[in-house]
Design a protein around this ligand. Structure first.
Ligand SMILES: *Cc1c(COP(=O)(O)O)cnc(C)c1O
Length: 377
């Protein structure tokens, strides 16, 4: 029987050569040759104001929290349907998280209902571009201007995706990307903080380098380097950055394949949607497809569980995704009690299908065929 994993990390073949080169340069700590190559590449391709590689997207989100200079009682608005780090990074650095619900048709933040959550203590709104589909950013930017808030993009899944032609991660004041092995472009663990508001550039670099002005010192901008602020060790070593650079060199090829697979799944499953058995992802008119994820919506939790079991019995690993954070064991008694029914619903009915660079069309046909058999039996 065929066995198809949910994710298989793709290697371009150049990773080890670049790591060996990095080792040969005898400068392996952060902010070296490959760190800079990656940062330059990403700035140029996506128009970020400044890029800092990090050890994870979680690190980059923590840096966002530190950049906010949070005071006790400050609030950050976060969708409930997201990965833990979107919320925990801000809680760790002193914020109270206020959870927001999703759109009715797709899991992204319902921006039309965010204004009602804003209080005098609100400092920031985190837009998570779920599955690489852009959140409707213009209304959020309008709220940011009206209430003097910072917009942070959790673009962990959103590389090479666009909102009205603008790269995700280049729209908010700051954004966090992930290069975890489950994402499109990988370095094992890895991430990026991208900044678009120059007011944050200098302090971000200090927070990145343990609270010192070491980066400015190496550029010759200050005579000695000193401890000037709070910070931590967020920068990755050259080993990680060398790996990442090999991936970035093949970004277009990787993306083309993933988008092809996404579109192919969409075609294969269209008849099941027409027949009312499931729904495919709704792609908002302002968004693009980056082939990060292909998900379907089942009619109920019981049906999804049965479908997962059926696919598993055929060797296919299809997986559900987030549990709504406002209902989590950690946050349940800290939440203000509002029901967020859409987040709870997506937690119950969303199912992700295998999606990775080396997935074959024959495997896709097999997966779609088994989904078909499940519903039509
Ligand atoms: C993967 C992911 C993260 C965390 O990324 P790490 O690099 O593992 O820290 C955060 N937010 C979202 C939406 C993610 O998908």
């Amino acid at each position: 029987m065929e066995s198809i994993n949910f994710n298989v990390p793709y290697l371009t073949g150049k990773e080890t050569a670049y790591i060996i080169d990095a080792v040969g340069r005898k400068k392996l700590s952060g902010n070296g040759h490959y760190n800079k190559l990656c940062q330059q590449y990403l700035n140029q391709r996506y128009g970020f104001g400044k890029s800092l590689l990090t050890n994870s997207c979680t690190d980059a989100l923590e840096m966002c929290a530190l950049l906010l200079r949070l005071q006790p009682g400050d609030e950050v608005i976060v969708p409930s349907y997201t990965f833990v780090s979107t919320a925990s990074a801000f809680i760790l650095h002193g914020a109270r998280v206020v959870f927001a619900d999703s759109n009715a048709e797709e899991p992204n933040l319902d921006v039309s209902r965010v204004e009602a959550l804003i209080t005098p203590r609100t400092r920031a709104i985190v837009a998570v571009h779920y599955a690489g589909f852009a959140v409707d950013m213009d209304p959020l930017l309008a709220l940011a201007r009206k209430y003097n808030l910072v917009i942070i993009e959790d673009a962990a899944q959103a590389i090479e995706s666009f909102y009205k032609g603008k790269a995700l991660g280049s729209i908010g004041s700051m954004a966090a990307f992930s290069f975890h092995e489950t994402k499109n472009i990988i370095s094992g663990e890895g991430g990026l903080l991208s900044l678009n508001d120059a007011a944050f550039f200098e302090r971000a670099e200090i927070i990145w380098e343990k609270g010192t002005n070491r980066a400015a010192f190496f550029r010759g901008e200050v005579a000695k380097y000193n401890w000037v602020d709070i910070g931590a060790s967020y920068l990755p070593s050259e080993v990680t950055a060398a790996f990442l650079y090999a991936q970035l060199e093949q970004l277009e090829q990787i993306q083309a394949r993933r988008v092809h697979l996404f579109n192919r799944y969409a075609r294969l499953l269209e008849p099941l949607e027409s027949a009312g058995y499931l729904k495919r992802a709704v792609i908002p008119a302002h968004a693009t497809v980056n082939g990060h994820m292909f998900y379907v919506l089942c009619n109920s939790l019981a049906e999804r569980t049965a479908l997962i079991d059926h696919l598993k019995s055929k060797g296919i690993m299809a997986v559900f995704h987030y549990l709504a954070l406002h209902e989590s064991p950690y946050y349940h008694d800290k939440h203000d009690g509002r029901e967020l029914p859409r987040a709870s619903r997506f937690a119950d009915i969303l199912l992700r299908l295998p999606m990775f660079y080396e997935l074959t069309e024959a495997q896709q046909d097999y997966i779609a065929g088994e989904i078909q058999r499940f519903f039509r039996k």
